[in-house]
Design a protein around this ligand. Structure first.
Ligand code: SF4
Length: 428
């Protein structure tokens, strides 16, 4: 458990003592618009087993598939949570929450699931959203969905929330989250989307057993080919590991037996926001990969993007200012040339009208400019004069810049090798 929480092994005795000492935590498990995969994952818990979870750690007070009561008795059990557990209870939400048609696409006892979620989660000491659907709507909330399904974040914005996305969630992360709460009396540190960092703080790609094949350019190119049989990297078969944050590669599923890549299929990015739309199609290759960065997190990437956008905006502003400055100088030169030749100057391409009024309408004093050959030619037909290197440098500076300081020193004819041509670097 300490390893699952990314804690040193020295924490193991403390976690064990806390779990043994703590009273069983009352849990209300709600299920909405979903396939039931997260309940399946819960029933396959291995460390601890589901029986240990149910008998030692948790007291499942409400779960429509696991409790023996049903109908009005079950509804009454759920409605009396606050009175029965004054010290609080833990809410677990599985599945998306429909909002279209006043939430009537999914109801419990005739009430919209949305209202039940809000009522139960607002009264809980903490809410754990398990699976991609409870995270942000998942498949029911993807484009084309007709129920306007959302996750717990939207449906119950006042809930004290931990999200464990995935399709399904990894039950080891659920038990680790509960163990963390029982041990430290607080929820684990999360990213901005309520995902605990101990589970979602690193890229799948950086923990993947096939990473060495990626580095060596050894890829599966077709299902069942030689690379597939040798266990090579699935990047070219659409693996989303380089952009997905999760600990699937290290914790794995089904008693740490396997996970998607180990089974021969690429990661589908199911722990990421809006993954059905943003990570699909499942077998489409990613357009690019992130650089090797084992410790980077989703929030750090977001901050990097914000910084990059700010830098690009600043550069664009500087370039715009420089262009307008250049237009102003060119416009003045043309106005001076036109005054000399007695013609109306042509407008400068890209110039802002308010920056440079026409010379004919503003015959006031203009800056003196050095005489240039273009002054004798029609302005409209003359290409814009470019500054010559001579105009950019001083006569004194030219010899130094072209020949370098050594050219100013008289060579000593008696010095050995003074009359020999200098050898190229490579032949020395
Ligand atoms: Fe593993 Fe996928 Fe990354 Fe390849 S691309 S190393 S299979 S996570």
């Amino acid at each position: 458990m300490a390893a699952a929480l990314a804690l040193p092994a020295t924490f193991a005795p403390r976690i064990t003592a806390a779990i043994e000492r703590a009273p069983r935590l009352p849990v209300v498990w709600l299920r909405g618009q979903a396939c039931g995969g997260d309940t399946e994952a819960f029933l396959a818990a291995a460390s601890p087993t589901v029986s240990e979870l149910l008998l030692d750690l948790l007291s499942i007070e409400y779960h429509d598939a696991l409790m023996t009561t049903s109908g009005e008795a079950a509804t009454a059990a759920r409605s009396s949570l606050g009175a029965r557990f004054p010290d609080g209870y833990l809410a677990v939400v599985e599945g998306a929450i429909p909002t279209a048609d006043d939430g009537m696409a999914c109801t419990i006892g005739g009430r919209p699931f949305r209202d039940v979620v809000r009522e139960v989660c607002d009264g809980a000491i903490a809410t754990i959203a398990v699976g991609a659907c409870a995270f942000d709507g998942g498949a029911p909330g993807a484009s084309g969905g007709r129920t306007d399904a959302v996750g717990v974040t939207e449906a119950a914005p006042n809930a004290r929330l931990i999200s464990l996305p995935g399709c399904p969630m990894n039950v080891e992360n659920l038990t680790a989250t509960i163990a963390h709460y029982l041990t430290f009396s607080e929820l684990p540190v999360t990213d901005s989307r309520h995902r605990p960092l101990f589970a979602y703080g690193g890229l799948v790609h950086n923990q993947c057993e096939r990473r060495a094949h990626y580095e060596f350019g050894e890829f599966v190119l077709a299902w069942g080919d030689e690379g597939a049989q040798k266990g090579w990297c699935l990047y070219k078969m659409g693996c989303k590991g380089p952009e997905a944050f999760a600990n699937c590669a290290t914790v794995q599923y089904a008693s740490a037996t396997s996970w998607s890549v180990k089974a021969g299929h690429g990661c589908i990015g199911c722990t990421m926001p809006d993954f059905w739309d943003s990570m699909g199609p499942a077998h489409a290759r990613l357009p690019s990969t992130l650089p090797f960065a084992p410790n980077i997190t989703a929030d750090q990437i977001g901050l990097g993007l914000v910084g990059g956008i700010a830098a690009v905006t600043a550069a664009h502003g500087a370039a715009t200012y420089a262009r307008e400055l250049r237009n102003r100088v060119v416009g003045r030169r043309r106005a001076a040339a036109a005054a000399t030749a007695g013609v109306v100057p042509a407008p400068v391409e890209g110039a802002v009208a308010t920056l440079e009024p026409p010379a004919a309408a503003s015959p006031g004093p203009v800056e003196p400019t050095p005489p240039e050959p273009m002054a004798a030619e029609p302005v409209a037909a003359t290409p814009e004069p470019a500054a010559t290197p001579k105009a950019m440098t001083t006569p004194e500076a030219e010899p130094v810049l072209e020949a370098g300081p050594s050219a100013l020193v008289e060579p000593d004819p008696n010095e050995p090798g003074a009359d020999e041509p200098e050898q190229p670097e490579s032949s020395r």
